[in-house]
Write a protein that binds this ligand. Structure first.
Ligand code: GLN
Length: 286
């Protein structure tokens, strides 16, 4: 970015946003605002009350460094270091997938469906940094949960998030590879997962933030993106208590496969995301 002395906040937003637009950053204006608010240590919305304020060279340098990073397509959440997810704040870095907005919808849907009186055991398969299991247990005060992942890096991040969200007494974390096991170590009342479900081809066409910074193991599955989902359904058949629930996020064009996989042992409904794509399933074991 060009160096300029004494710019107003409004001018900095506009210059940063234009710079990010040229770098192909989606949501360039809001991202610029997040970065500027982060540098100023204020809320993004507070910028709107401070448009005319003149910034000095030292803060401009700080903002410039953040905006340049975003221009290199480093994910916004990695630069900010944290993300708000379904009611909790989580540390966020390249040890795990950046929690997605659509996955918040799954958490909110499930906690409403099973209601806050739910006092069972929840397993999150492929918990990554812990977003789903921590947000869900935060919303369900009587539930206990285990986050399973085969990545020790991801589990370390999840552990940090578990402590910072004050949920260590109800949420534990365990190394587990579902492709190597047919059962979970114990039975559960709810199994939830945002598993890898992209085909290699779909992954190749993802944005640079995804391709370069999200762990590929959290995104890509064999068998055209379906191998992990198939295995998770089979583990759910083996390890859910009777009447237990299975909630999954899945990929575009996978709904029919889910319907087939679940037909025998579950009653279920397929739920659409905000873009009206069939994206989630909520199933009850019969
Ligand atoms: N929704 C994610 C993406 O498109 C994919 C997440 C996943 O495979 N679980 O980047």
């Amino acid at each position: 970015m060009a160096q300029n002395k004494s710019l107003s906040i409004l001018e900095v937003i506009s210059k940063s946003s234009n710079f990010l637009e040229k770098k192909g950053v989606p949501n360039h204006k809001t991202d610029a605002e997040w970065l500027i608010a982060h540098a100023l240590g204020c809320k993004r919305m507070d910028l709107y009350l401070r448009f005319g304020e003149i910034l000095d060279e030292s803060i401009l340098g700080k903002i410039r460094a953040l905006v340049v990073k975003r221009g290199e397509r480093i994910p916004l959440q990695h630069i900010l270091g944290s993300v708000h997810f379904a009611g909790i704040r989580l540390k966020c870095d390249d040890r795990a997938l950046v929690p997605r907005h659509e996955t918040e919808f799954l958490v909110d849907y499930v906690s409403q469906r099973i209601t806050t009186s739910f006092s069972g055991k929840i397993a999150d398969l492929g918990c990554g940094g812990g977003a789903i299991i921590l947000a869900l247990c935060n919303q369900l005060p009587d539930a206990v949960g285990v986050g399973f992942d085969k990545s020790d890096c991801a589990l370390r991040l999840a552990k940090e998030n578990c402590h910072s969200s004050g949920l260590s007494s109800r949420v534990s974390l365990q190394n587990f590879d579902w492709l190597e096991n047919d059962f979970l170590p114990e039975s559960f009342d709810l199994i939830i997962s945002n598993p890898p479900y992209l085909s290699k081809e779909e992954w190749l066409s993802t944005e640079p933030e995804v391709k370069s910074y999200d762990p590929i193991a959290a995104l890509v599955a064999q068998q055209n993106g379906l191998s992990d989902i198939r295995k998770i359904v089979s583990i759910a058949q083996n390890s859910l208590s009777k009447g237990g629930y299975l909630a999954l996020e899945f990929g575009q064009k996978q709904a029919e496969h889910l319907e087939e996989l679940l037909a025998k042992e579950f009653v279920f409904e397929i739920i659409r995301d905000q873009l009206l794509v069939r994206r989630f399933v909520f199933a009850t074991k019969i």
